[in-house]
Design a protein around this ligand. Structure first.
Ligand SMILES: Cc1cc2nc3c(=O)[nH]c(=O)nc-3n(C[C@H](O)[C@H](O)[C@H](O)COP(=O)(O)OP(=O)(O)OC[C@H]3O[C@@H](n4cnc5c(N)ncnc54)[C@H](O)[C@@H]3O)c2cc1C
Length: 323
């Protein structure tokens, strides 16, 4: 395919939906501050080690400061401990279905103290693989490079990162602004969903319940939306509002989660190029090229994509954040 270069005005196409850049560490700082100001208690340095969820709910935890284990009885448990946490593991396999998919390439994610090299996000499809340029702040930018699953971060000294970004993102008259690399990690591309997201008094929220590829930046957004819905259901429950059915949590959240999974995996298909297996599948490659051209040439396709990208849905629970 000859070079395709186009600008997708997703804010305009989505009807003016706002896309906030809220770096995750800033969001967490603000959430902690707000929670403490509202007299909430957070036990830092405390690791949950076991979830008991039969005949009432209890959490066993290890207090790293006092160096001892304790138990806390509770009405409900919100399992917000990420993909590798313990809460999902306490759900018996007979009570849940796991849906997962792994891809044959990964992304090298880079965070650098470098101002953005363009005033918009760039997704570049190069024969060496995908490269991305994401805005974070006026001093910090994030970049992605598609790599093989067998690759190792040690194969990517800073100089090689900048050379490869320059090569894959570069076009005439454009310059990549370099800076100090703050973080480099290889992220496997995978999708994961557990259904239902509730087992008895345990409610899973965020990455503990679902993992999504970084294509389209939906993971943190889904985690926020889960928490928003779960929080409202808890408040309704304690206020005695009969319409606040905690048992409906999973069925409220799962449709949105699958919409996001569908969007992210279709987008990843368009972005993924030139790994060995893919090069041999020319039919798939032609389909993905066709999707890219439709995005450029078909206003209906571009509008639909933009609304999903910016999270511009009718539901007031939808906001889009970039991490
Ligand atoms: C490089 C990169 C870029 C990303 N970019 C975006 C983006 O642009 N937009 C977007 O929406 N998403 C993005 N994501 C995804 C997003 O970061 C995750 O989806 C989000 O962090 C999920 O939040 P969470 O709170 O569910 O889990 P986590 O962020 O994993 O938090 C879980 C917390 O639980 C704690 N914990 C774990 N086990 C225990 C235990 N046993 N006891 C006590 N505490 C425990 C952990 O220490 C951690 O603090 C990105 C991810 C990566 C890796």
């Amino acid at each position: 395919m000859s070079q395709v270069d186009f600008l997708l005005e997703y804010t305009q196409l989505s009807g003016g939906a706002m896309h906030y850049i809220y770096p995750q560490q800033e969001l967490i700082k603000d959430l902690i501050q707000n929670f403490e100001q509202a007299h909430g208690t957070i036990r830092f340095n405390t690791e949950a080690t076991f979830v008991i969820n039969e005949n009432g709910a209890e959490v066993e935890y290890y207090d790293k400061k006092q160096k001892n284990s304790k138990r806390m009885a509770c009405d409900f448990i919100a399992g917000c401990d990420g993909f590798h946490g313990i809460s999902r593991r306490s759900v018996p396999s007979t009570h849940a279905r796991i849906f997962e998919r792994y891809y044959d390439s990964s992304w090298l994610a880079i965070l650098a103290e470098a101002p953005p090299s363009a005033n918009h996000i760039i997704y570049a499809l190069h024969p060496n693989g995908f490269a991305g340029h994401m805005l974070r702040s006026d001093k910090v930018s994030r970049y992605y490079l598609q790599v093989k699953n067998t690759d190792d971060v040690n194969n990517w000294p800073d100089e090689r990162v900048w050379t490869e970004l320059e090569l894959r993102l570069g076009k005439e008259g454009w310059r990549l602004i370099q800076g100090e690399i703050l973080e480099k990690q290889i992220i496997p591309m995978r999708n994961f969903v557990i259904e239902p997201m509730q087992y008895q008094r345990l409610f899973l929220a965020g990455d503990s319940a679902h993992i999504i590829t970084p294509a389209g930046g939906k993971g943190m957004n889904l985690a926020i939306q889960d928490s928003l819905v779960l929080g409202e259901l808890f408040v309704g429950h304690y206020r005695g509002d009969f319409s606040a059915d905690l048992n409906a949590y999973s069925s409220i959240r799962l449709p949105d989660i699958w919409h996001a999974q569908e969007f992210s995996s279709s987008f990843l298909d368009i972005l993924s190029r030139s790994n060995d297996a893919f090069e041999t599948d020319l039919f798939t490659r032609k389909l993905n090229e066709s999707r890219l051209l439709q995005l450029r040439d078909n206003p209906l396709v571009a509008t639909d994509f933009s609304k999903k990208y910016a999270g511009a849905m009718a539901d007031p629970h939808h906001y889009a954040y970039g991490n």
